[in-house]
Design a protein around this ligand. Sequence first.
Ligand code: BES
Ligand code: ZN
Length: 879
Amino acid sequence: MRDSQPSTIYLSDYRAPDYLVDKTELTFDLDPHATLVKSRLKIRRNPAVATVGESLPPLWLDGVDLELLSIAENGELLPAQRYQERDGGLSLAVEQPEFELEVQTRIAPESNTSLEGLYLSNGMYCTQCEAEGFRKITFYPDRPDVMSVFTTTIVAPATFPVLLSNGNNVDSGTTDDGRLRITWEDPFAKPSYLFALVAGDLQYVEDTFTTSSGRAVKLQLFTEPRNIGKCAHAMTSLKHSMRWDEEVYGREYDLDIFMIVAVDHFNMGAMENKGLNIFNSACVLASPETATDAAFQRIESIVAHEYFHNWSGNRVTCRDWFQLSLKEGFTVFRDAEFSADMNSRAVKRIEDVTLLRTAQFAEDAGPMSHPVRPDSYMEISNFYTLTVYEKGAEVVRMIHTILGADAFRRGSDLYFERHDGCAVTCEDFIAAMEDANSADLKQFRRWYSQAGTPVLEVTDAYDAEAARYTLTIRQHTPDTPGQKGKQPLHIPVTVGLLGESGNPLALDESGALETVLHLTESAQEFHFDGIAEQPLPSLLRGFSAPVKLHFGYSVEQLQFLMQHDTDPFNRWDACQRLALNTLQFLQRQYRENGAMQVPEALIKGYAAVLDNTSLDPALVAKMLALPSAQELAEHGESIDANAIIAARDFAKASIASALKSRFLNRYQQLDQRKPYQPSADDIAQRSLKNTCLAYLCVDGDQDGLAIAKAQFERDENMTDVAAALGALVEYAPRDEAVENLESFYQQWQQDTQVVETWFGLQSSSASFGTLERVHALMEHPAFELKNPNKVRSVIGGFAMRNFSQFHREDGSGYDFLAEQVIALDKLNPQIASRLVTPLTRWKRYRAQESKQIHAALRRINESGELSRDLYEVVSKSLS
Ligand code: BES
Ligand code: ZN
């Protein structure tokens, strides 16, 4: 337990900064153990808060793990009584409203395992400053509403020929003792969290992009020499993103150079530092031989996301970290639309909604539940959440739905114009959307402040005589920690009506086939007149709002929607509802007497989907995927891990045996050998092909395994190889699985990204990824506790993607996770605090598991002094 509780920070306590920093000049003298950082700051009293005849308040500079060497004002060393070093920073007595401050600090990048601030990754220096990492580099007002123009000079030995920072390279040379010196200048004022520095022996690929106004921008992607052949896809994605932002948002890039650097040690996916994005190598490097389709698509979307931040985040930034969704929610919405335009729109939507429903809904129902704009936090790193990101993006999407595309664009134009160069709030974003369109989003604002997932109950009535169809919708949002008695939200519900022959019905005289219902009350009726036959409603099309929707669809109605709905998302959703109903039915059977029987409806539905060759194969693959165990856990009263697994396994086996010849046909049809292309069409075909393959291998089917083995040995591209290996690991006899894994490792051991895939395949395998295996993987020479990707693939794969082994009845999975979290917290608090998530849901499980999980959490809590990150999550989960 901690001696002192970390304090809570409240949005309501926000105050504008006392001082501004007009100019920031930094000099780094790089050394692994003793990097010297000099800063020269032009500081000025913030006129917005100054009063006449006031006495000047002290200046607060954040600083963590710094060795202060000297501090001077206007060239004079300051006497000790002028400043005071305290926990988390330094307070300075101020004597004049404008002055220049020079501070020298020493830091040790080599021993920085938190991967915040300046650290080393495979011998290269890099930084990560968002959210509050800059304070680990030098004393500074490390808050996003202090924006400054940065000049950065880097001095390093000649063994680090590449020295990068934000902006333009304005000077380079050598020092008297033969070291390299280079200076970068970023003309755009920015907060410290967007600062970046990289130094290493790197190679790069280069390209150019000509903006719509005709400026040439140099594009460079830097990697360690061994990875230089894996840059092409990211470069193409970058150029597509730049074009898309011009076309869809009218946003041009603003510097002459845009750089991306790949690093192996990174807490997140990537970071949007001005002009110098830094990426987790797994989120940027790809080649057909080494990366799966999923990786190609992820790279495309992350490259876009970080690029889009140049406007939504950098040019217009956040006033404080409570406003995080201002940049993240908006930018996730932007990257999702980009990906939808580049690939299959429906499939992208299905993937995002699946993530939201499994993980964000769980977060919203758990102890860390918070609004899109949180009211308080202990550690801001804990609030880079699915709620801020994914629900935040849904909130922006709803504004788009409510206003329409053209009005939304007018709103975003006004937002960028009005706030360019400023640090603003979510309120400013909504206000721009309103002001550009004379719209009223007053009630809509509640989406930012109210936590929890709204539930919609829908009923319908048809009056044949009056030709009137009525939908009644009720909304209710459950209480969440610290928030009781929720108010009704403005919820856009996109609907269509299907006639008896499956035809879409006209909803009004204009002949519209789809409309948006604006639900604003806790209960509301919506009438449709001139409806000549009893319709079947297609509700919440495209998932028009992040809610749980209940409507008493019969099995036949779901089958009908699966076949006829003109909204592809809802077609998939009908299939999911059918599968979900089936799996819940099987769970009941399992609990009652263990004997299970899969209803015909699901098998028939799947057969029809498989036979429908006019549907996008990627959509078919999504329809044939049973809801994950994690998603099933979200439904129902208390989680019975055994029943979930038994029901899922049984359904899978029944489907596999009933539809075996169909799976085989479709597999053979789709198994065309052609050169690998990460195009939407080819990805779609491979995804259905490999879905069929997985079903063919269920329960160790000999024919299926032979096909998998052949596909594995053909070794055409990583998508097919990994899918085949995954099936072999799951279903082949143990010794064969081991043999294939071994040959795969032999082939790919030099490739970091493939080794991560290899780890993940094993740790997340229900049959293979036992706790014993996970222990063995952690002993493997390629495993590294200091590398978040390795931790995520081995420990995360087990605790978050291996439901059956993690929830083994003896509770050993929980104890293991507790032990790892405790160890990790000493190295990297951010990673520890994310990894503990599965243990925070203890209340949702049946008595025995619940007790075991709770005990594991308590063990963490009592293990000694926890980081602020972990303390916040553990203490909120226990209370
Ligand atoms: N700004 C974040 C990265 C970040 C967040 C760094 C928190 C440090 C602390 C970046 O723009 C981001 O959101 N990255 C996502 C990927 C994106 C596609 C959603 C990530 O890293 O997971
Ligand atoms: Zn982001």
